[in-house]
Design a protein around this ligand. Structure first.
Ligand SMILES: *Cc1c(COP(=O)(O)O)cnc(C)c1O
Length: 469
């Protein structure tokens, strides 16, 4: 489609400013532009059509199935947006005196109470702006703890399973730790023997997601956290995605000492494209003194990891979401997330092969390595063909321990009918790979952009238009 600048016609416009009724003044020459800015000039109807067309080129949860594993693209109820749009929340200044924003403080306090109950933790901070930022904050708590015991110099290693989200080793490394990988056993759980070998006096902690990124709940979790504690390390829970366990089991009860959770994955903030998000960090009592503080919650001179109190409106949405669902509803959402994933997996089974053929949590991974050998059609080709069927591709080539991986997370908000339709598409594509592999290798055939150079797109993205280009 044409850019808005290409649609521009000189002299056209739609400003409806009232006549100026105050005295005018000119800017000093050194502050004025030499030429007028290049802005699109369009009639209102054409602007409206332009943005409507743009909307049609984007795939969101509101346009169709979006099973992007680990990212949780669930439908976010409109009521949460309505609450976050209330003027009492949107029209406040971050430096407003604490006395004048008691309602906002009540939002933080109430959200804190509910989230701590879900986490099984004692205290938390809402400052971090996203999951990775929360991880950084959480691992720094671990570091502060070892420092406070005079034990930081020798505890230099953080253990991360090989199925971990990429942000985990990146976080540990940014916090100055050496990352030690621990392999998964053939059942997708942490290999206990291998864990034993890497634990020692140099262990600062372990970062773990449970259920892990292959969608499997580690049955040895109590044993794992006990062993880490025995070695003098702390346990960090990556709770970016709590959809399988909220209201059912609590990371605090699994033996974890701190956690981050992405409010923008589990608790009703639509995400993608860079935010805003919120990576609330919870911890047990003995770590609470190391938490960053916010001016609103804790007074003026607080140590912060982000300006002010974090992305407040994301917390409003999370609170609205939790309060709308209620205690039973939160549990039911988790149960349905798990049920939906298992239902979809069982409907696809018999065609594409699950990487681990056992009951999964809220997501599951397909292993297309055998299929690729037989047909020449890769996970990428299947993902690209799905676009033509009005579906967002699943997460591809992650987790790294499964080759030709497609990772599906249907989420709790899809109906049985929607899951049946999605399964039908997968079954159809499975067959198409044998019948017409070339068609799939050239897919998508009906999208605006088919196969961009992904390395170039990531390394040298062209994000702005210039009239001189
Ligand atoms: C998404 C995700 C993260 C990172 O969260 P961001 O908000 O994208 O920084 C970390 N861990 C897991 C398991 C995730 O799914």
């Amino acid at each position: 489609m044409e850019l808005i600048f290409e649609k521009s016609v000189s002299g056209r416009g739609c400003s409806i400013l009232p006549a100026c009724d105050v005295e005018t003044a000119s800017l000093p020459a050194n502050l004025s532009r030499e030429e007028p800015p290049v802005l699109p000039e369009m009639a209102e109807v054409d602007i409206s059509r332009h943005y409507t067309e743009l909307c049609g080129n984007v795939h969101g949860v509101n346009s169709g199935f979006y099973p992007l594993g680990s990212c949780t693209m669930k439908y976010n109820p409109r009521i949460d947006e309505e609450m976050a749009a209330l003027p009492g929340f949107t029209c406040i200044h971050p430096l407003a005196p604490t006395d004048s924003v008691k309602g906002c403080k009540a939002v933080f306090d109430t959200a804190k109470k509910y989230l701590l109950e879900i986490f099984g933790m004692d205290d938390c901070t809402f400052q971090p702006a996203a999951g990775a930022h929360g991880e950084f904050t959480g691992v720094m708590l671990i570091k502060k703890y070892h420092e406070s015991r005079g034990d930081a110099d020798r505890r230099t290693k953080i253990i991360v399973p090989d199925s971990a989200h990429g942000t985990n080793p990146a976080t540990a490394s940014m916090c100055g730790y050496t990352v030690v990988n621990v392999p998964s056993a053939s059942d997708g759980c942490v290999d206990l023997e291998a864990l034993k070998e890497v634990l020692g006096e140099d262990t600062a902690g372990l970062m773990l997601t449970n259920p892990n990124t292959v969608g499997i709940f580690d049955k040895n979790i109590l044993e794992i956290t006990r062993r880490v504690h025995e070695a003098g390390g702390l346990c960090y829970y990556d709770g970016a995605n709590l959809n399988a366990i909220m209201g059912i089991v609590r990371p605090g009860d699994m033996g974890f000492d701190c956690i981050h959770s992405n409010l923008h994955k589990t608790f009703a903030t639509p995400h993608g494209g860079g935010g805003p998000g919120a990576g609330v960090v919870g911890c047990k009592d003995f770590l609470a003194k190391f938490l960053p503080k916010s001016a609103l919650m804790d007074g003026e001179d607080a140590l912060q990891v982000r300006s002010f109190s974090g992305n407040f409106l994301v917390v409003v949405k999370a609170l609205a979401y939790i309060m709308t669902l209620g205690k039973e509803g939160v549990t039911e959402a988790a149960q349905n997330a798990v049920l939906n994933a298992n239902y979809l997996m069982s409907r696809i089974k018999g065609t594409f092969k699950p990487a681990f053929d056992r009951i999964c949590m809220h997501e599951f991974v397909l292993d297309l390595s055998g299929y690729k050998e037989e047909t020449g059609v890769s996970a990428l080709d299947v993902a690209k063909t799905l676009i033509d069927y009005g579906m967002h591709p699943p997460t591809m080539y992650f987790p790294l321990i499964v080759h030709e991986a497609l990772m599906l997370e249907p989420t709790e908000t899809e109906s049985k009918e929607n899951l049946d339709k999605a399964a039908e598409v997968f079954r159809k594509l499975y067959k198409l790979g044998f019948d017409d592999p070339e068609y799939m290798k050239a897919a998508p055939h009906h999208a605006q952009i088919a196969r961009p150079d992904e390395v170039q797109a990531a390394r040298n993205p062209v994000l702005r238009w210039s009239k001189n280009d």
